[in-house]
Design a protein around this ligand. Structure first.
Ligand code: BV8
Ligand code: ZN
Length: 250
Protein backbone atom coordinates (compact mmCIF):
# COMPACT_ATOMS: atom_id res chain seq x y z
CA UNK A 1 0.00 0.00 0.00
CA UNK A 2 1.55 3.33 -1.07
CA UNK A 3 2.60 5.47 1.91
CA UNK A 4 1.52 9.13 1.82
CA UNK A 5 4.64 11.35 2.04
CA UNK A 6 4.42 14.16 4.63
CA UNK A 7 5.49 16.53 1.89
CA UNK A 8 2.28 15.80 -0.02
CA UNK A 9 0.11 16.40 3.06
CA UNK A 10 1.88 19.73 3.58
CA UNK A 11 1.37 20.67 -0.09
CA UNK A 12 -2.27 19.67 0.09
CA UNK A 13 -2.97 21.62 3.30
CA UNK A 14 -1.26 24.70 1.87
CA UNK A 15 -2.61 24.46 -1.69
CA UNK A 16 -3.64 27.84 -3.10
CA UNK A 17 -5.44 26.17 -6.02
CA UNK A 18 -5.85 22.39 -6.12
CA UNK A 19 -6.96 20.76 -9.38
CA UNK A 20 -8.30 17.20 -9.21
CA UNK A 21 -8.54 15.43 -12.59
CA UNK A 22 -10.43 12.13 -12.66
CA UNK A 23 -11.05 9.27 -15.09
CA UNK A 24 -13.04 6.06 -15.04
CA UNK A 25 -10.75 4.56 -12.39
CA UNK A 26 -12.26 6.82 -9.72
CA UNK A 27 -15.62 5.07 -10.26
CA UNK A 28 -14.14 1.56 -10.42
CA UNK A 29 -14.64 0.98 -6.66
CA UNK A 30 -18.30 1.91 -7.08
CA UNK A 31 -18.56 -1.09 -9.39
CA UNK A 32 -18.61 0.71 -12.76
CA UNK A 33 -16.23 -1.00 -15.23
CA UNK A 34 -13.68 1.28 -16.90
CA UNK A 35 -13.33 1.44 -20.68
CA UNK A 36 -10.12 -0.54 -20.33
CA UNK A 37 -11.94 -3.44 -18.64
CA UNK A 38 -13.37 -5.96 -21.07
CA UNK A 39 -16.99 -5.13 -21.82
CA UNK A 40 -19.21 -7.43 -19.83
CA UNK A 41 -21.81 -9.89 -21.02
CA UNK A 42 -24.05 -8.71 -23.84
CA UNK A 43 -21.61 -5.99 -24.82
CA UNK A 44 -18.49 -8.16 -24.88
CA UNK A 45 -18.55 -8.30 -28.67
CA UNK A 46 -18.45 -4.52 -29.09
CA UNK A 47 -15.49 -2.09 -28.82
CA UNK A 48 -16.39 1.03 -26.80
CA UNK A 49 -14.70 3.25 -29.37
CA UNK A 50 -17.18 1.89 -31.99
CA UNK A 51 -20.25 2.46 -29.83
CA UNK A 52 -19.09 5.84 -28.44
CA UNK A 53 -18.91 7.54 -31.86
CA UNK A 54 -21.22 9.37 -34.29
CA UNK A 55 -20.44 6.69 -36.92
CA UNK A 56 -21.51 4.02 -34.47
CA UNK A 57 -24.76 5.83 -33.74
CA UNK A 58 -25.46 6.44 -37.45
CA UNK A 59 -24.82 2.78 -38.26
CA UNK A 60 -26.85 1.29 -35.39
CA UNK A 61 -28.72 3.95 -33.38
CA UNK A 62 -30.80 1.50 -31.34
CA UNK A 63 -27.70 -0.54 -30.36
CA UNK A 64 -25.86 2.58 -29.18
CA UNK A 65 -28.99 3.85 -27.42
CA UNK A 66 -29.43 0.49 -25.63
CA UNK A 67 -25.76 0.45 -24.57
CA UNK A 68 -26.09 3.88 -22.97
CA UNK A 69 -29.46 3.01 -21.41
CA UNK A 70 -27.80 -0.06 -19.85
CA UNK A 71 -24.77 1.97 -18.64
CA UNK A 72 -27.01 4.71 -17.25
CA UNK A 73 -29.07 2.19 -15.25
CA UNK A 74 -25.76 0.83 -13.91
CA UNK A 75 -24.66 4.35 -12.87
CA UNK A 76 -27.96 4.94 -11.09
CA UNK A 77 -27.77 1.56 -9.31
CA UNK A 78 -24.34 2.17 -7.70
CA UNK A 79 -23.16 4.57 -5.00
CA UNK A 80 -20.29 7.05 -4.85
CA UNK A 81 -17.22 5.43 -3.26
CA UNK A 82 -14.63 6.80 -0.76
CA UNK A 83 -12.69 8.41 -3.63
CA UNK A 84 -15.66 10.56 -4.68
CA UNK A 85 -16.41 11.38 -1.03
CA UNK A 86 -12.80 12.34 -0.24
CA UNK A 87 -12.71 14.64 -3.28
CA UNK A 88 -15.90 16.38 -2.12
CA UNK A 89 -14.36 16.71 1.39
CA UNK A 90 -11.24 18.36 -0.07
CA UNK A 91 -13.51 20.86 -1.85
CA UNK A 92 -14.98 21.76 1.54
CA UNK A 93 -11.61 22.02 3.33
CA UNK A 94 -9.49 24.01 0.89
CA UNK A 95 -9.82 27.60 -0.34
CA UNK A 96 -9.90 26.76 -4.07
CA UNK A 97 -10.45 23.36 -5.69
CA UNK A 98 -11.32 22.73 -9.36
CA UNK A 99 -12.62 19.24 -10.15
CA UNK A 100 -12.23 18.15 -13.79
CA UNK A 101 -13.72 14.81 -14.76
CA UNK A 102 -13.70 12.67 -17.89
CA UNK A 103 -16.48 10.57 -16.40
CA UNK A 104 -20.10 10.84 -17.49
CA UNK A 105 -21.62 8.88 -14.56
CA UNK A 106 -22.59 11.82 -12.29
CA UNK A 107 -21.10 10.17 -9.19
CA UNK A 108 -19.02 13.23 -8.23
CA UNK A 109 -22.21 15.32 -7.96
CA UNK A 110 -23.93 12.60 -5.92
CA UNK A 111 -20.93 12.58 -3.56
CA UNK A 112 -21.35 16.31 -2.94
CA UNK A 113 -18.96 17.90 -5.45
CA UNK A 114 -20.55 21.19 -6.38
CA UNK A 115 -19.52 21.92 -9.97
CA UNK A 116 -17.33 19.33 -11.65
CA UNK A 117 -16.12 20.30 -15.14
CA UNK A 118 -17.55 17.40 -17.20
CA UNK A 119 -15.15 17.33 -20.15
CA UNK A 120 -16.95 14.40 -21.79
CA UNK A 121 -20.52 15.42 -20.91
CA UNK A 122 -23.11 13.46 -18.95
CA UNK A 123 -24.96 10.16 -19.50
CA UNK A 124 -27.92 11.66 -17.62
CA UNK A 125 -28.70 14.34 -20.21
CA UNK A 126 -29.81 14.13 -23.84
CA UNK A 127 -29.17 16.25 -26.91
CA UNK A 128 -30.34 16.15 -30.50
CA UNK A 129 -28.10 14.31 -32.97
CA UNK A 130 -29.30 16.61 -35.76
CA UNK A 131 -29.75 20.15 -34.36
CA UNK A 132 -27.47 19.52 -31.33
CA UNK A 133 -29.97 21.18 -28.98
CA UNK A 134 -29.60 20.11 -25.34
CA UNK A 135 -33.00 18.65 -24.43
CA UNK A 136 -32.45 18.00 -20.71
CA UNK A 137 -32.59 14.86 -18.64
CA UNK A 138 -32.99 11.31 -19.89
CA UNK A 139 -36.72 10.44 -19.58
CA UNK A 140 -37.48 7.55 -17.18
CA UNK A 141 -39.02 5.09 -19.64
CA UNK A 142 -37.28 5.78 -22.95
CA UNK A 143 -36.65 2.32 -24.41
CA UNK A 144 -37.23 3.68 -27.93
CA UNK A 145 -35.05 6.54 -29.11
CA UNK A 146 -36.93 9.84 -28.55
CA UNK A 147 -37.20 12.25 -31.48
CA UNK A 148 -36.47 15.99 -31.34
CA UNK A 149 -38.97 18.64 -32.51
CA UNK A 150 -36.70 19.07 -35.55
CA UNK A 151 -37.20 15.40 -36.43
CA UNK A 152 -33.66 14.39 -35.42
CA UNK A 153 -32.93 11.48 -33.08
CA UNK A 154 -31.96 12.27 -29.49
CA UNK A 155 -28.69 10.84 -28.12
CA UNK A 156 -26.82 10.93 -24.81
CA UNK A 157 -25.21 14.33 -24.16
CA UNK A 158 -21.73 12.77 -23.96
CA UNK A 159 -18.69 13.57 -26.13
CA UNK A 160 -18.03 10.75 -28.57
CA UNK A 161 -14.68 9.84 -30.16
CA UNK A 162 -14.09 12.22 -33.04
CA UNK A 163 -16.32 14.89 -31.46
CA UNK A 164 -15.04 18.14 -29.99
CA UNK A 165 -15.18 18.72 -26.27
CA UNK A 166 -17.47 21.56 -25.06
CA UNK A 167 -15.28 24.62 -25.64
CA UNK A 168 -16.18 26.59 -22.52
CA UNK A 169 -15.63 23.54 -20.30
CA UNK A 170 -12.27 22.72 -21.87
CA UNK A 171 -11.18 26.36 -21.63
CA UNK A 172 -12.11 26.44 -17.92
CA UNK A 173 -10.25 23.16 -17.34
CA UNK A 174 -7.15 24.43 -19.15
CA UNK A 175 -7.25 27.74 -17.24
CA UNK A 176 -7.49 25.95 -13.89
CA UNK A 177 -4.68 23.55 -14.85
CA UNK A 178 -2.42 26.49 -15.77
CA UNK A 179 -3.18 28.25 -12.48
CA UNK A 180 -2.94 25.24 -10.15
CA UNK A 181 -0.07 24.85 -7.71
CA UNK A 182 -1.09 21.24 -7.00
CA UNK A 183 -2.62 18.84 -9.57
CA UNK A 184 -3.91 15.36 -8.67
CA UNK A 185 -4.55 12.98 -11.60
CA UNK A 186 -6.77 10.20 -10.22
CA UNK A 187 -7.81 6.99 -12.01
CA UNK A 188 -7.15 7.80 -15.61
CA UNK A 189 -5.14 5.95 -18.22
CA UNK A 190 -3.99 9.32 -19.64
CA UNK A 191 -4.70 8.03 -23.15
CA UNK A 192 -7.65 10.08 -24.33
CA UNK A 193 -6.94 13.52 -25.77
CA UNK A 194 -7.31 16.44 -25.44
CA UNK A 195 -8.22 15.68 -21.76
CA UNK A 196 -4.97 13.77 -21.18
CA UNK A 197 -2.98 16.92 -22.04
CA UNK A 198 -4.14 18.74 -18.87
CA UNK A 199 -1.66 17.30 -16.32
CA UNK A 200 1.24 17.96 -18.73
CA UNK A 201 0.01 21.54 -19.22
CA UNK A 202 -0.23 22.02 -15.46
CA UNK A 203 3.26 20.63 -14.96
CA UNK A 204 4.65 23.00 -17.61
CA UNK A 205 3.03 25.89 -15.72
CA UNK A 206 4.73 24.95 -12.47
CA UNK A 207 2.26 22.72 -10.61
CA UNK A 208 3.34 19.78 -8.49
CA UNK A 209 1.68 16.83 -10.29
CA UNK A 210 0.62 13.67 -8.43
CA UNK A 211 -0.72 10.53 -10.13
CA UNK A 212 -2.95 8.09 -8.22
CA UNK A 213 -3.45 4.84 -10.14
CA UNK A 214 -2.73 1.14 -9.50
CA UNK A 215 -1.00 1.02 -12.91
CA UNK A 216 1.66 3.19 -14.58
CA UNK A 217 0.43 5.43 -17.41
CA UNK A 218 2.05 7.77 -19.98
CA UNK A 219 1.88 10.48 -17.28
CA UNK A 220 3.88 8.49 -14.71
CA UNK A 221 7.30 9.47 -16.02
CA UNK A 222 6.41 13.21 -15.92
CA UNK A 223 4.54 13.24 -12.60
CA UNK A 224 6.37 14.57 -9.52
CA UNK A 225 4.90 11.77 -7.42
CA UNK A 226 3.14 8.49 -8.30
CA UNK A 227 1.01 6.81 -5.63
CA UNK A 228 0.35 3.27 -6.85
CA UNK A 229 -2.95 2.26 -5.36
CA UNK A 230 -6.72 2.35 -5.64
CA UNK A 231 -8.31 5.81 -5.64
CA UNK A 232 -10.73 5.07 -2.78
CA UNK A 233 -7.97 3.77 -0.54
CA UNK A 234 -5.38 6.48 -1.35
CA UNK A 235 -7.79 9.45 -1.37
CA UNK A 236 -9.32 8.23 1.89
CA UNK A 237 -5.88 8.24 3.51
CA UNK A 238 -5.05 11.65 2.01
CA UNK A 239 -7.89 13.35 3.87
CA UNK A 240 -7.37 11.30 7.01
CA UNK A 241 -3.67 11.53 7.71
CA UNK A 242 -2.30 14.51 9.63
CA UNK A 243 -5.28 16.80 9.13
CA UNK A 244 -6.86 16.15 12.51
CA UNK A 245 -10.06 16.71 10.52
CA UNK A 246 -9.97 20.41 11.39
CA UNK A 247 -11.52 22.52 8.70
CA UNK A 248 -8.74 24.48 7.00
CA UNK A 249 -11.13 26.84 5.26
CA UNK A 250 -13.06 29.10 7.64
C1 BV8 B 1 -11.34 14.85 -30.39
C2 BV8 B 1 -17.56 9.81 -23.14
C3 BV8 B 1 -11.13 15.85 -32.44
C4 BV8 B 1 -18.30 8.78 -23.92
C5 BV8 B 1 -15.21 9.50 -23.78
C6 BV8 B 1 -8.62 8.86 -34.44
C7 BV8 B 1 -9.89 9.26 -34.82
C8 BV8 B 1 -10.63 10.19 -34.09
C9 BV8 B 1 -10.08 10.74 -32.95
C10 BV8 B 1 -8.83 10.32 -32.58
C11 BV8 B 1 -8.08 9.41 -33.30
N1 BV8 B 1 -6.90 9.21 -32.65
C12 BV8 B 1 -6.87 9.97 -31.55
C13 BV8 B 1 -8.01 10.65 -31.51
C14 BV8 B 1 -8.40 11.58 -30.51
C15 BV8 B 1 -9.32 10.81 -29.57
C16 BV8 B 1 -8.46 9.99 -28.65
O1 BV8 B 1 -7.80 10.55 -27.79
N2 BV8 B 1 -8.45 8.66 -28.86
C17 BV8 B 1 -7.63 7.82 -28.02
C18 BV8 B 1 -8.34 6.46 -27.82
C19 BV8 B 1 -6.27 7.64 -28.68
N3 BV8 B 1 -10.05 11.83 -28.84
C20 BV8 B 1 -11.23 12.22 -29.29
O2 BV8 B 1 -11.82 11.72 -30.22
C21 BV8 B 1 -11.79 13.41 -28.54
N4 BV8 B 1 -12.21 14.39 -29.50
O3 BV8 B 1 -10.17 14.61 -30.41
O4 BV8 B 1 -11.94 15.60 -31.31
C22 BV8 B 1 -11.74 16.97 -33.10
C23 BV8 B 1 -11.04 18.16 -33.15
C24 BV8 B 1 -11.59 19.21 -33.81
C25 BV8 B 1 -12.86 19.06 -34.42
C26 BV8 B 1 -13.55 17.86 -34.34
C27 BV8 B 1 -13.00 16.80 -33.67
C28 BV8 B 1 -13.02 12.99 -27.74
C29 BV8 B 1 -12.60 11.99 -26.66
C30 BV8 B 1 -13.77 11.76 -25.73
C31 BV8 B 1 -14.35 10.37 -25.92
N5 BV8 B 1 -15.40 10.12 -24.92
N6 BV8 B 1 -16.19 9.34 -22.87
C32 BV8 B 1 -18.65 7.58 -23.07
O5 BV8 B 1 -18.27 7.53 -21.88
O6 BV8 B 1 -19.32 6.69 -23.60
S1 BV8 B 1 -13.66 8.95 -23.39
C33 BV8 B 1 -13.80 7.59 -22.33
O7 BV8 B 1 -12.65 6.85 -22.50
C34 BV8 B 1 -13.83 8.00 -20.88
O8 BV8 B 1 -14.36 9.28 -20.68
C35 BV8 B 1 -12.39 7.93 -20.43
O9 BV8 B 1 -11.84 9.19 -20.23
C36 BV8 B 1 -11.68 7.38 -21.62
C37 BV8 B 1 -10.74 6.25 -21.32
O10 BV8 B 1 -11.54 5.19 -20.71
P1 BV8 B 1 -10.90 4.31 -19.49
O11 BV8 B 1 -9.54 3.86 -19.88
O12 BV8 B 1 -11.83 3.33 -18.90
O13 BV8 B 1 -10.79 5.31 -18.42
P2 BV8 B 1 -9.54 5.95 -18.12
O14 BV8 B 1 -8.80 6.45 -19.31
O15 BV8 B 1 -9.97 6.96 -17.22
O16 BV8 B 1 -8.62 4.68 -17.53
C38 BV8 B 1 -9.03 3.89 -16.42
C39 BV8 B 1 -7.84 3.99 -15.48
O17 BV8 B 1 -8.28 3.70 -14.17
C40 BV8 B 1 -6.71 3.02 -15.80
O18 BV8 B 1 -5.48 3.70 -15.85
C41 BV8 B 1 -6.72 2.05 -14.57
O19 BV8 B 1 -5.40 1.65 -14.22
C42 BV8 B 1 -7.27 2.93 -13.51
N7 BV8 B 1 -7.94 2.28 -12.40
C43 BV8 B 1 -8.61 1.10 -12.39
N8 BV8 B 1 -9.10 0.88 -11.15
C44 BV8 B 1 -8.74 1.93 -10.37
C45 BV8 B 1 -8.00 2.82 -11.16
N9 BV8 B 1 -7.48 3.97 -10.69
C46 BV8 B 1 -7.70 4.24 -9.39
N10 BV8 B 1 -8.41 3.45 -8.56
C47 BV8 B 1 -8.93 2.29 -9.01
N11 BV8 B 1 -9.63 1.51 -8.17
ZN1 ZN C 1 -33.24 18.64 -33.10
Amino acid sequence: MASIPDDLIRRLQGARHLVIFTGAGVSAESGIPTFRDAQTGLWAKYRPEELASPEGFRAAPQTVWDWYAWRREWCLAVQPNPAHLAIAELERRLPRVTLITQNVDGLHQRAGSRAPLELHGSIHRLKCFKCRRDVGDWPADASDIPVCECGGLLRPAVVWFGESLPEAVLDAAAGASQDADLFLSVGTSSLVYPAAELPFLSKRCGAFVVEINPQPTPLSARADLCLQGAAGEVMGRLIGSGWGNQRIRQ
